[in-house]
Design a binder for this molecule. Structure first.
Ligand SMILES: [Zn+2]
Length: 395
């Protein structure tokens, strides 16, 4: 099992210059391979390894200023990208679609490069992080959580606002222990902020909506940025870049707040329950929607699922009819359409809250899926224990 730790770093001027040169060369190398491979796709990918020697001999001189390890990693990335792409069109990836590798743009590409950990001397010392003799010791933020385990690789990344971070990927010696108390919970997700998450035990979690809170401020900053933009100019004014960085910093702050909150929510759930059941929804599709896309992205339910998947046992269940099925008798009530918050079951006349009922159905489906009905202690809802599988009868 792998884990990644991220720390802020504070490179010196000399280190920064090496970082920026490495970024540029990595991008150049990747783009050259893509350019020539697209021109002559019949040549096997291995033939592009000495790309600089073949197509850009002057770049060989620039290599003296940087470490060669990140470029080796770029080669394995681009080779992997092409292997995946070709096996995807041949259909051997079982329906997984991999797109053709495209050029990396200086302006929008993720600015990062990676070092493999081969030498023994790479590590964290009292002077800082040591990666290579060219870089020396890099000042690193206080390590509250030291990364234990065997180091696999080290990634340096620059955020949109210009801060530098290091991500250390480690292989853990033993699996992280997940809580084992036999308890399970079903979670219904809702696009509205008041009932962002509804648990099967009836609790509701409100969503703080971090981006919405800063919307006004963001608008102001963006207006300043666009006012200072001069059309047709390659290099903009200093004032423009200052405004751009302000926008980026605000976005970064919002993302950090959201991540922090979601980590807290998922940790609380992971400490309480052994199993967490959620609906199997395609979040990517939802966030691309015109109406709710912004809300979906701001709430970060997809991210929460991702955090839960490694903190606890996350199981996805099909989302069909979870709102319309009565969790007591199992009939499907077609009258429960979008917007109906409360309803009474026409068969057993139980009064239902839409979200709590859905969450209980999700819990039931999840228990059935993972444990096939399972040990009684998993079923922390007494009603569920006595219930039969919901029959698809329609009223
Ligand atoms: Zn009923």
């Amino acid at each position: 099992m792998f884990a990644t730790y991220e720390y802020r770093i504070y490179p010196t001027k000399e280190q920064l210059s090496v970082f920026n040169k490495t970024l540029g060369l990595c991008r150049l190398y990747y783009n050259l391979v893509v350019e020539h491979k697209n021109k002559d796709y019949r040549m096997p990918i291995e033939g592009y390894k000495p790309t600089f020697t073949k197509f850009k001999p002057e770049a060989l001189g620039w290599l003296n200023d940087v470490d060669s390890m990140p470029l080796g990693q770029v080669w394995s990335d681009v080779r992997g990208a092409y292997t995946n792409f070709f096996s995807s069109i041949q259909g051997s990836r079982k329906g997984k679609v991999c797109n053709r590798p495209t050029f990396k743009c200086k302006k929008i590409c993720k600015a990062s490069f990676r070092y493999p950990v081969q030498k023994m001397c790479v590590g964290l010392y009292s002077k800082g992080l040591y990666v290579s003799s060219r870089l020396g010791y890099i000042k690193i933020a206080a390590q509250s959580q030291f990364c234990e385990g065997k180091w696999k690789n080290i990634t340096f990344k620059r955020s949109a606002s210009g801060k530098w971070y290091v991500k250390i990927c480690v292989e853990l010696k033993e699996e992280q222990t997940k809580i084992q108390n036999g308890k399970a919970v079903g979670i219904d997700w809702n696009c509205s902020d008041d009932s962002f998450l509804t648990m099967s035990d009836g609790t509701k979690v409100k969503c703080p909506r971090f981006l919405k809170r800063k919307e006004k401020q963001l608008e102001k900053y963006q207006q300043v940025q666009s006012r200072r933009f001069v059309k047709g100019k390659d290099v903009q004014s200093k004032r423009y870049y200052r405004a751009k960085s302000k926008v980026a910093r605000l976005h970064e702050k919002v993302a950090n707040q959201r991540r922090d909150w979601l980590h807290k929510v998922s940790r609380e759930l992971a400490n309480k329950y052994e199993y967490v059941f959620v609906e199997d929804i395609n979040m990517q599709k939802m966030s691309a929607e015109k109406e709710h896309g912004r809300t979906v992205g701001d709430q970060g339910f997809g991210l929460l699922r991702q955090y839960l998947s490694y903190k606890t046992n996350l199981v996805k269940v099909p989302a069909q009819y979870t709102s319309k099925t009565c969790n007591v008798c199992g009939i499907v009530n077609k009258d429960v359409v979008l917007g109906v918050k409360q309803w009474v079951c026409p068969v057993c006349s139980t009064q239902h809250d839409r979200d709590i009922n859905a969450a209980r159905n999700i819990l039931y489906l999840g228990v059935k899926k993972t444990l096939g009905g399972g040990p009684a202690e998993v079923l922390n809802n007494a009603r569920l224990q006595n219930r039969e599988c919901p029959k698809p009868s329609v009223v």
